[in-house]
Ligand binder design. Structure first.
Ligand code: GLY
Ligand code: MN
Ligand code: MN
Length: 441
């Protein structure tokens, strides 16, 4: 039994108990330009439940005897289409390969969905993702209503999958954690290779390509999100993705890049000097962010409110900003007047899993949610001294530092999945100087 059929069984057990039928489609292929498509990436809910990465696939789960029934709709084998577009699993092979009860041709989906959903009064369907699909699904439901006089029971409630499915996804199984460790190991290699390879005159795009090369060479399914390779003041643009400027002697390089492994994400940021040695001002800022990040990571444990991790990081950053002379006042007054927010404008953490900003709620019953064993979150404080800001001492202008790790909540506290990536000033400078880690350019 694969981790995906294990996921599906746990989901189905809940659906069965509540008498809910579910229809979960994967993503559609998106046009990039003219007749070229973006590389396909399966929908995370669908992947979680099937481990199947072909487009035009739908999972239908019906409650019933013996744990209910799973039916996968997929494209059938087609030698001509496969010659042009790639191999297909096909209907005959699907039940064994994916451990589903039944496989059917996706061409028959809309003609048979009504029959399958008849007499299931609770239907789980995620609205809002695709208007065309929503319309067709509502047509199926409307048609079942029209047949009510003939004794058919139509769905009377349409349920969002999130409260059940996304709650399951929030808690990682050991098999999922193994994939996230594998993603972290690949990301470790990419970041250390980048530290050793970056130098004045090298372009951000070369480091970007090196990261992608490392991801793919090591068997990653690709980037968990667009790489951010931001030299100097580009680091002050939080989602900088141009990645096309030459690296400058005396500046820092911020890299936020994480590999996926079987679509499970890692999400890591490191910041290091382009020439391998921090200046005094850079080191002073870096040490503040590092202190904040370590304090926040160390606080991760079961029972700790999610927001507390941010509060700890913020306290340390604010203390540091006061020590650096950038903010004036006390910790309490700077937090109260929000003068820190010119330099730290994002939150510290988000859930991590199949999506980089993973599913799962951050509050429960109107209160901040507490961390529980099996959750994975990032911890990523930063300080950004954008050149457009007034009144910043020149030595700090253009410095942007973020440090981000991926943290699993464990019974004893936490496991830092990305701890092997150099982070202290000494470790970072040593990695920058270690030519053995560099990849030939
Ligand atoms: N790389 C996206 C983030 O850190 O949230
Ligand atoms: Mn990140
Ligand atoms: Mn992140």
């Amino acid at each position: 039994m694969s981790l995906y059929s294990d996921n599906r069984r746990r989901f189905q057990a809940i659906l069965n108990e509540k008498g809910i039928a579910a229809v979960i489609p994967t993503n559609t292929v998106k046009v990039r330009n003219h007749d070229c498509d973006f590389r396909f990436r399966p929908d995370s809910d669908f992947w979680y439940l099937t481990g199947f990465a072909e487009p035009d696939s739908w999972l239908v789960l019906l409650p019933g005897e013996d744990g209910g029934k799973s039916i996968l709709f997929l494209r059938d084998k087609d030698p001509l289409q496969e010659t042009w577009q790639g191999r297909r699993l096909g209907i005959d092979a699907a039940p064994d390969a994916l451990d589903v009860d039944e496989a059917r041709n996706v061409d028959d989906l809309w003609d048979t969905l009504g029959e399958l959903l008849a007499d299931h009064t609770s239907l789980m369907w995620r609205t809002g993702n695709d208007e065309g699909r929503d319309r067709r699904m509502l047509e199926v439901v409307a048609d079942l209503r029209r047949r009510a006089r003939g004794g058919v029971q139509p769905p009377v409630e349409l349920l969002d999958p999130a409260p059940i499915l996304h709650e399951l996804r929030l808690f990682k199984t050991e098999a999922e954690v193994e994939l996230m460790r594998a993603a972290a190991a690949i990301t470790t290699e990419a970041h250390t290779a980048a530290m050793a390879t970056a130098a004045p005159g090298v372009n951000e795009c070369e480091i970007d390509a090196l990261i992608d090369y490392t991801f793919r060479r090591r068997g990653s399914t690709g980037q968990a999100y667009n790489n951010i390779v931001a030299g100097g003041a580009n680091a002050c643009i939080l989602h900088y993705v141009e990645n096309d400027a030459p690296l400058v002697d005396g500046e820092l390089l911020l890299i936020d890049a994480g590999a996926e492994m079987d679509y499970y994400a890692s999400d890591v940021t490191r910041t290091f000097p382009v020439n391998g040695r921090f200046s005094d001002a850079q080191r002073a800022v870096y040490e503040v962010v590092l202190r904040s990040q370590i304090a926040a990571v160390n606080a991760v444990a079961p029972g700790v409110p999610f927001l507390h991790i941010h509060e700890i990081a913020l306290n340390e950053l604010v203390d540091g900003l006061i020590e650096l002379g950038v903010c004036q006042g006390t910790r309490a007054s700077v937090i109260q007047d929000k003068s820190y927010s010119r330099f730290f404008m994002h939150k510290t953490s988000h859930w991590l899993g199949l999506d980089v900003h993973d599913c799962g709620t951050y509050t429960a019953d109107g209160k901040p949610r507490k961390l529980e064993v099996g959750m994975v979150l990032t911890v990523e404080p930063g300080l950004y001294f954008d050149p457009s800001l007034d009144g910043v001492e020149p030595k700090y202008v253009g410095i942007g530092v973020r440090i981000e790790d991926d943290i699993l909540v464990t019974p004893d506290g936490h496991e830092n999945l990305t701890a092997a990536i150099p982070k202290t000033v000494d470790a970072v400078e040593a990695a920058c100087a270690d030519s053995a880690l560099a990849t030939a350019r």
